[in-house]
Ligand binder design. Structure first.
Ligand code: ACM
Length: 264
């Protein structure tokens, strides 16, 4: 299976520009699954909820989604992309799985980071798995990395590949995802953006270093911090079905949930 990421620098508020950039970059690419950053078309550093309202789109009535669906149809691949989602009077920091037939799943970020709590509504859709060919795909967004429950719940639903659109500003995630992939024996594709959102009220810098990690926690490939990169590689999703970590241990089967009851 050919999977990869496109690390780029969205320009804040320039949805058409960002969309054209993605479509142009991917229009000749052969792959099965490509992961784009969080909020890939709007940019990230909103002034307030009002500004989210002015930029978010309803996926059922969105030129952005229509154009990405057409791209998936033309290239016969799937995309997982961050997306500022409008749903009636609610606004979600979402990730969409889009394939040749259009949207296959919407994930709404469960763990909002910092000021996102002022901009977005809390995600309200249970974690679930989707299939691309024989591979089982789980989706999480950026700061979900800090909650090991998310990757674990997806692994318990038999995810092979965690797709992880991100707009990272802290330095911890890339290293932490090696552990998430070790402790769950899954692949993870973390796609981060790079560059700044420069706004009148302040600047935010994003850390790049998008990466693909193998089920043992091995880093397969990592992008540079501040450089655009499209990276596609061949993986075998079935490797994520071997959960052994020693001859006598398996990361999921050896759990003792009867002793974890205070997790709730
Ligand atoms: C983040 O969740 N965008 C840091």
């Amino acid at each position: 299976m050919k999977v990869g990421y496109y690390q780029f620098r969205p320009l804040f508020g320039k949805i058409r520009h960002n969309l054209n950039k993605v479509v142009k970059t991917l229009e000749d690419v052969n792959a099965d699954l490509i992961v784009l950053p969080e909020l890939a078309f709007t940019g990230y550093y909103f002034k307030d909820r009002q500004e989210v309202k002015s930029l978010a789109e309803d996926p059922d009535n969105s030129i952005t989604i229509d154009s990405l669906s057409a791209l998936c149809r033309d290239r016969n691949f799937h995309l997982v992309t961050g997306f500022a989602e409008k749903q009636k009077d609610k606004y979600f920091n979402s990730a969409l799985l889009i394939g040749p037939k259009g949207i296959e799943h919407i994930y709404r970020k469960l763990h909002l980071f910092n000021e996102e709590k002022n901009w977005f509504d809390d995600g309200n859709i249970p974690l679930q798995i989707n299939h691309i060919q024989d591979a089982r795909i789980g989706i999480m967004v950026c700061f979900d990395w800090a909650f090991p429950e998310v990757t674990r719940v997806l692994a318990l639903q038999n995810a092979d590949i965690i797709c992880h659109p991100s707009n990272l500003v802290l330095a911890y995630c890339q290293q932490t995802m090696l552990t998430r992939c070790l402790e769950n024996k899954v692949y993870a594709i973390t796609t981060n953006r790079f560059g700044f959102d420069k706004r009148p009220f302040g600047n935010l810098k994003f850390t790049g270093r998008s990466q693909i990690v193998a089920p043992g926690g091995t880093l397969i490939h990592r992008a540079q911090s501040q450089r655009e990169e499209l990276y596609i590689m061949e993986i075998d999703p079935a490797l994520a079905r071997d959960k052994s970590i020693t001859a006598l241990n398996e990361v999921l089967a050896d759990r003792r949930p009867e002793y974890y009851s205070n997790l709730n």
